[in-house]
Design a protein around this ligand. Structure first.
Ligand code: HEM
Length: 437
């Protein structure tokens, strides 16, 4: 009897070892394929699903931890021992060494000098100080006073486009509208939107942690930083002499117990607002319109009922939001769920995967414009929660309503679409659409 039990235990334990090994291999190949193959990144939801199902807190073979479950990520984003300052990572933990190219602390050159100073990559006490100053300028009231202006900008754009019966949504609407709104925020003339449209994309491309990035991407980002610094220095001087009702004037005036942003901090903050407010909002509109056009019942529901505009924007952020991942470094050994992540590790958090976690969202792969509650993580969580969330929500709501009201029988011109192969931002290369005019 004992011999029988021993045999049974041996068989069971070798079966479970084989199962664990098979799961390990499945995840290892999924992570490697995701990192190395741009085509997989253009349609990442299958990879996120696999990660979530097999290993929600995965120590990958390249030394990165990858979190994909909603509860783990929500907890990790609020954990005081998970920091955003990447220079605190122990890079010797990464394999192969070529990963150093994307993860190494950035030093030297205009872009490399800028990045460590962005609020996104600061930890307390620097982050607390910067955030408190930016919060003083970026108030809900400041955002709500923009609403009328955003509505006017959107409709002026559509006055030009609607009679045509077709457009390429991204270049003709989704990118120009947020660029105009940022000009408005900074108190810059609308004609300066070309400065933003020209320089924000190379900066966003350089921020993407792409292993196969070419030298041209770095050179374009350096050039963008130099030109934007010159442009913003002029604009800040102008706003100091003639303050207006804009956010830049509010940032200049913001005080916290006698503390203010220095000139360099103002330029750095304005550059981040410009990158963060442009690519993200543009791709929320692109991904969102595509999702609605591919789900005609939901499109019809929104078209007929403006009372669901708010829940629609939240659902589009959840279903196919523009930011796929955020990254942290363990400042100490950290317990996440049942896992202990040692100090010094880089932790990639797949917020787009968390947003389709069936443990939190009923039928997560279904677009439901009335979904409530909708605790998505598209704007992050915790100390670095998106400063611009109220603005992005307002812009998206106004733009979607205007597009649906003014472009009857809206449809895709081509059924096949092409996605950009980036890690962080999910966005389309183009979205040609047409309507009855
Ligand atoms: C759909 C649009 C947007 C999405 C999905 C989005 C998403 C995010 C996410 C996920 C973070 C947190 C990053 C992290 O935890 O590491 C973040 C931070 C930030 N966002 Fe947004 N964002 C959007 C629009 C905007 C806009 C319009 C602005 C401003 C004009 C903005 C400004 C910022 C800033 C300054 C931070 C850094 C906050 C900090 O580090 O404390 N974002 N955003």
């Amino acid at each position: 009897m004992t011999a029988q039990l021993d045999t049974h235990t041996r068989l069971t334990s070798s079966a479970s070892t084989r199962l664990a090994t098979a799961r390990g291999w499945a995840i290892t190949s999924a992570v490697l394929t995701f990192v190395a193959t741009s085509r997989v990144r253009t349609n990442p939801h299958a990879a996120y699903r696999l990660l979530r199902r097999i290993d929600r807190a995965h120590r990958s073979p390249i030394g990165l931890w990858v979190l994909s479950g909603h509860d783990d990520i929500a907890a990790a984003l609020r954990h005081p021992d998970l920091g955003s300052d990447e220079s605190k990572a122990d890079l010797s933990l990464l394999r192969p060494a070529s990963l150093l190219r994307v993860a190494a602390p950035v030093r030297g050159g205009p872009f490399r000098d800028l990045v460590p100073n962005l609020i996104l990559f600061r930890d307390p006490p620097d982050h607390t100080r910067l955030r408190s100053l930016v919060n003083k300028a970026f108030t809900p009231r400041a955002v709500s006073t923009l609403e009328e202006r955003v509505t006017r900008l959107v409709h002026e754009r559509l006055d030009q486009l609607a009679p045509r019966g077709h457009m390429e949504l991204l270049s003709e609407f989704a990118y120009p509208v947020p660029a105009l709104v940022i000009c408005e925020l900074l108190g810059a003339p609308a004609s300066d939107q070309t400065v933003i449209s020209r320089h924000a994309p190379p900066l966003a491309a350089r921020l993407d942690p792409n292993l196969f990035r070419g030298a041209a991407v770095s050179a374009a980002a350096d050039q963008a930083v130099v030109e934007l610094t010159g442009y913003l220095t002029g604009l800040i001087g102008e706003r100091r002499r003639h303050p207006g009702p804009d956010l830049l004037s509010a940032l200049i005036a913001a005080q916290d117990g006698g503390d203010r942003l220095s000139h360099d901090e103002l330029v750095t903050m304005a550059i981040l607002l410009l990158i963060a407010g442009h690519e993200t909002t543009a791709n929320l509109l692109g991904n969102g319109i595509l999702a609605l056009l591919r789900n005609p019942d939901q499109l019809e529901r929104v078209r007929q009922d403006p009372s669901v505009d708010h829940t629609t924007v939240e659902e589009l952020l959840r279903y196919d939001g523009p930011i796929q991942m955020v990254q942290r470094v363990t400042l100490d050994d950290v317990e996440i769920g049942t896992n202990r992540i040692p100090k010094g590790h880089i932790v990639a958090m797949c917020i787009a995967g968390a947003n389709r976690d069936p443990a939190v969202f009923h039928q997560p792969d279904r677009l439901d414009v009335t979904r409530t509650p909708n605790p998505h993580l598209a704007f992050g969580a915790g100390a670095h929660f998106c400063v611009g969330a109220p603005l992005a929500r307002m812009e998206a709501r106004i733009a979607l309503r205007a597009l649906l009201d003014r472009l009857p029988d809206l449809r895709l011109t081509e059924t096949k679409v092409r996605w950009r192969p980036s890690f962080t931002i999910r966005g389309l290369r183009q979205l040609p659409i047409e309507w009855r005019n």
